[in-house]
Design a protein around this ligand. Structure first.
Ligand SMILES: NC(=O)c1ccc[n+]([C@@H]2O[C@H](COP(=O)([O-])OP(=O)(O)OC[C@H]3O[C@@H](n4cnc5c(N)ncnc54)[C@H](O)[C@@H]3O)[C@@H](O)[C@H]2O)c1
Length: 362
């Protein structure tokens, strides 16, 4: 069997999860890695005893190799440049979330994907959570009737990450994109990704900037809490909240309000952002009227998942799409809308007013 030759661009924290997943896939051979920090790619490859794999200090050098695919595991601000370069080199790409920082970067990535004819998929592993999938099936079956309002819940009481996540030059944005992109994806994917039209948002940094709550406050230059009112096509509203830190245990439950019924998705504990990140959903409750017209509620059974292996499933689905010549498992046609909202939240919070979302033709 000829193996797919795969490279990893950006060999920091999350690259390890990609590597562990690729190492479980017999059809893949990791042939190289690149990181702009000298020595980092070599150390990373050696950690997995890949002494024959080549190390580089730029994506461009790695892309001169004969490759089939890459994972882009750089921090957010270099997702676009590395992804576009890889697609231009004729290589399939699995890019980490969030897609990018700005909508313009996301558009450039989509155009490069279209021109190359290669797969570009974005790394949203909660898509593979069985309960999230079940919730989508229920909503898509018409159980709720037309859904007109979605509220994201969860959020961290204390959970500001460190490293490159708090540096505006590298991460671009904070909680609103880092974990907010998951909440947007869970809500939007469940209802079929309607197009976003406008957004009015706020973003705060009261915890990250305060040495009482965060030890690297002098380095903190992104948001730690954000809320947004997003209008979607079809008269649908998305009420978004996301937090890395706040004086509250949760921003609430994830809610889907339909004309015929509502669905409440609660977390097992309050440190999650809504949706699923390799952890279970706590409760799913259907709120509806019984045959006599009396408001009632029913619990939807939770699918037990001993070991969900979401990360492996995301990487495996990328490789399967390459091998089978099928569509990107998490397509950019959807995630560009997610990115457009993030871009809108940034613009609206900076301007202090509602902004329009205009998505160019790809
Ligand atoms: N899916 C998930 O569960 C998950 C979890 C954590 C992080 N992430 C995402 O993964 C990305 C990376 O996060 P991380 O924690 O690994 O960050 P990190 O800072 O540990 O690693 C990023 C690495 O990329 C390198 N890099 C940056 N620009 C580069 C370029 N142009 N070419 C080559 N290397 C470059 C950096 O030097 C660094 O070593 C982020 O976008 C983050 O949102 C996803």
């Amino acid at each position: 069997m000829k193996k797919l030759r795969v490279g990893i661009i950006g060999t920091g924290g999350i690259a390890n999860a990609h590597m562990r997943a690729y190492q479980q896939i017999p059809e893949v051979e990791i042939v190289g890695g690149a990181d702009i920090i000298p020595g980092k790619a070599r150390e990373f490859l050696d950690r997995y005893e890949l002494t024959d794999a080549k190390d580089f200090t730029s994506a461009a050098e790695l892309l001169k190799m004969d490759l089939d695919a890459v994972s882009v595991c750089t921090y957010n601000s270099t997702h676009a440049e590395c992804t576009v370069a890889a697609l231009e080199a004729g290589v399939h790409v699995l890019c980490e979330k969030p897609m990018s920082i700005t909508l313009d970067e996301g558009v450039a990535m989509c155009r490069a994907e279209k021109k190359s004819g290669k797969i570009l998929t974005i790394g949203f592993q909660p898509r593979y959570d069985e309960n999230s999938r079940h919730i989508k099936e229920l909503v898509q079956s018409g159980l709720l009737g037309d859904v007109y309002y979605v509220q994201s819940g969860g959020g961290r009481r204390r959970g500001i990450p460190g490293s490159t996540f708090i540096d505006k030059d590298k991460a671009g944005v904070g909680a609103l994109a880092d974990i907010g992109c998951y909440a947007l994806d869970f809500g939007l994917n469940t209802i079929g990704y309607p197009k976003p039209l406008t957004v009015s948002a706020v973003a705060y940094d009261y915890f990250g900037k305060n040495p009482k709550y965060y030890k690297e406050s002098d380095r903190f230059s992104v948001d730690d809490f954000s809320a947004a009112f997003i209008r979607l096509e079809g008269g649908i509203t998305f009420d978004f909240r996301m937090s890395w830190a706040m004086h509250m245990d949760t921003c609430g439950d994830f809610l889907f309000l339909g004309k015929d019924a509502g669905l409440k998705v609660s977390q097992p504990h309050f440190e999650l952002w809504g949706g699923a990140w390799d952890g279970p959903i706590g409760e799913i409750t259907l709120m509806h009227d019984d045959e006599n017209g009396t408001p009632t509620s029913s619990k939807i059974d939770i699918i037990p998942q001993e070991k969900s292996n979401l990360f492996y499933k995301k990487v495996r689905s990328f490789i399967d799409a390459i091998l089978n010549g099928t569509e990107a498992p998490v397509p950019t046609s959807q995630i560009l809308y997610n990115q457009a909202i993030i871009d809108g939240i940034i613009r609206s919070s900076e301007l202090g007013r509602e902004v329009e979302i205009v998505i160019p033709e790809i």
